[in-house]
Design a binder for this molecule. Structure first.
Ligand code: CAO
Length: 422
C-alpha cells in the first residue's frame, strides 16, 4: 500500500513572492529524503528546498519563474506506508536546507582576475545548488560559463567548478571575478552611534559588480579637455524656442552626433577586444549608450544607429528611454548592443570626472557642466561657453595619441555643428 504526500514550501522567513529559479524533479522521479526539489532565490539569498519523504513524484506543481510563499504546493509524492510512518516526524521539522547570501565574496586566495563578466541575463541559467554557486564565486568563476555539469540532469557540481578552474589555468582561459586583493574590513559602526542598514537595489548590485570587474581588468586612462560650444548653444536655444516646438533639445543630442562622427573617423573606438585578448572586433553598426540616473540606480539604455538619426529623432528617443528607465521599464534588449557610452552629469554640475568604461566597450565620454570662461582670441579675452569633456579609454586598445586625436575630432564637430552635415 502507498499513500500520496504533499510537500509544501516551508517557513522561509518573512519573505513573499519568492522566485523559483530551478525545479530539480519531474513526474516519475524517485526522490530521497533531503534531495533538492526546487531552488528559490530572493534579492539577498538563495535556498534549496529538500524533499521530506522518499518516494515517487506523482505531480510537480511549480515551474521555473513561478513565485511562491510559505505553504505553496511543490510536489505530490507517492510514498509507501512504511516510509510515511518513518517520515512523519521529518515533515514536522521541515526547514529550508540552506540559506546563503549570494553576494560576491572575493577571497585573498582567488586566482588572477582577467575577463569582464558576461551579460547578467546568462547568469541565472546555471543549473547548480547555492553551495556550488557560492564555491564558484569564491574561486572567481562565472558559473554560467560552465556549459554542463556531471550531476543529475547536467547539474553543476563542485568537481565541475574545480575542473573548469584547472582547465582555465592550463589553457590560459581567464576566470571572471575574484580580485585576489585583501578585503576591506567593515567595523561595527553601531559602536560609534545609531545606524540604519538598507539593502542595495538589484541595479546597484549588478552595476557595482560590473564596475569592479572593469576597474580590475582594464588599464584605463582619462583625458580631459574642454570645447567652445557658444555657437552650438545659440543654435540649440533657437531650436528650443522654434515655432511649434514641443521637444527639449539639450546639448547631449549634439554630443551624441559628434561622438558618432568621431567614432566613424576612429573605428578603434567602435571596437571590442576578443575574449582571448588577441584580436579586435570592429563593429559596422554604431549604437550609443546613455547613462541614466534613476531612483534605483544607474542604467544605460542604448540608442541605435545614431549616425542615421536626426537630432529630432534622438530627442524623442532619449525622452522615451529615460522616462522608461526611471519607471524601471527598460527591457534587457534595450540596454544591449552599445558601442560606446556617454555619462552626462552636465545637468547637475562638475568640472571634470573619470567615468569608468562600460566594457566590453573600449571608451566612454564623460560630460560635466558648461560655463562661461574668458578665452583669448588673439586680441582680447572673450566670454565663451566652454563644455568640459572627459574621455576614458582602454589603453590596451587605444593609445594616448589616438585618444587625444579623437578628442580633437569631437571638439571639431562640437565647435561648429554644421560640420556634422558635411
Ligand atoms: N552643461 C550645462 N547645462 C546642461 C548640460 C551641460 N553639460 N547638460 C544638460 N544641461 C542642462 C540641460 O540643458 C537642461 O536645462 P533646462 O532644464 O534649462 O532645459 C538641464 O541641464 C537638465 O538636462 P537633462 O538632464 O534633463 O537632459 P540631458 O539631455 O542633458 O541628460 C540624461 C539626459 C538622461 C542623461 C540625464 O537626465 C541623466 O540622467 N544624467 C545623469 C547620468 C549619470 O548619472 N551619469 C553618471 C554615471 S557614472 O555613475
Amino acid at each position: 500500500m502507498s499513500t500520496t504526500f504533499e510537500i509544501k514550501v516551508p517557513d522561509i522567513g518573512n519573505v513573499h513572492d519568492v522566485d523559483v529559479v530551478a525545479v530539480e524533479v519531474q513526474t516519475g522521479d524517485v526522490v530521497e529524503i533531503d534531495q533538492t526539489l526546487i531552488t528559490l532565490e530572493t534579492d539577498k539569498a538563495s535556498m534549496d528546498v529538500p524533499s521530506t519523504v522518499a518516494g515517487t513524484v506523482q505531480q510537480v506543481h511549480l515551474k521555473v519563474g513561478d513565485k511562491v510563499n510559505e505553504g505553496s504546493l511543490i510536489v505530490t509524492v507517492l510514498v509507501s506506508e512504511e516510509a510515511v510512518a518513518e517520515s512523519s516526524t521529518v515533515v514536522e521539522s521541515t526547514t529550508v536546507e540552506e540559506v546563503k547570501v549570494i553576494e560576491p565574496a572575493p577571497k585573498p586566495s582567488a586566482p588572477e582576475p582577467v575577463e569582464v563578466s558576461v551579460p547578467v541575463a546568462l547568469k541565472s541559467k546555471a543549473h547548480a545548488s547555492p553551495a556550488v554557486r557560492l564555491f564558484a564565486r569564491e574561486l572567481g568563476v562565472d558559473i554560467s560559463q560552465i556549459a554542463q555539469g556531471n550531476g543529475r540532469k547536467g547539474r553543476i557540481l563542485k568537481d565541475d567548478v574545480k575542473a573548469y578552474v584547472k582547465k582555465a589555468m592550463t589553457e590560459g582561459i581567464t576566470v571572471t571575478g575574484g580580485s585576489g586583493i585583501p578585503k576591506i574590513s567593515v567595523p561595527d559602526f553601531s559602536a560609534f552611534g545609531e545606524i540604519e542598514v538598507q539593502p542595495l537595489s538589484k541595479i546597484n548590485r549588478i552595476t557595482g559588480q560590473h564596475m569592479t570587474s572593469v576597474w580590475l581588468n582594464l588599464p584605463m586612462v582619462t583625458y580631459h579637455d574642454e570645447v567652445d560650444i557658444t555657437d552650438m548653444e545659440d543654435f540649440r536655444v533657437s531650436l528650443n524656442s522654434g515655432r511649434n516646438n514641443t521637444l527639449k533639445y539639450t546639448g547631449l543630442l549634439f554630443i551624441m552626433k559628434a561622438l558618432s562622427a568621431a567614432m566613424q573617423q576612429f573605428p578603434r573606438f567602435n571596437s571590442s577586444l576578443s575574449s582571448d585578448g588577441q584580436s579586435l572586433i570592429f563593429k559596422k553598426y554604431l549604437n550609443i549608450g546613455i547613462a541614466v540616473d534613476t531612483p534605483n540606480g544607474l542604467v544605460v539604455p542604448v540608442l541605435r544607429d545614431v549616425p542615421n538619426k536626426s537630432i529630432k529623432q534622438l530627442a524623442i528617443e532619449i525622452a522615451e528611454k529615460s522616462e522608461k528607465a526611471r519607471a524601471g521599464k527598460l527591457t534587457a534588449a534595450e540596454m544591449q548592443g552599445g558601442c560606446m557610452s556617454i555619462s552626462s552629469l552636465g545637468g547637475i554640475g562638475g568640472k571634470a570626472f573619470t567615468p569608468i568604461v562600460n566594457a566590453p566597450e573600449v571608451a566612454i565620454l564623460g560630460v560635466t557642466k558648461s560655463s562661461i570662461q574668458p578665452v583669448w582670441n588673439g586680441k582680447e579675452f572673450e566670454p565663451r561657453l566652454m563644455l568640459p569633456l572627459d574621455l576614458t579609454y582602454d589603453h590596451r586598445v587605444i593609445d594616448g595619441a589616438e585618444g587625444a586625436r579623437f578628442m580633437e575630432a569631437l571638439k571639431y564637430y562640437l565647435g561648429d555643428v554644421r560640420r556634422l552635415l558635411v
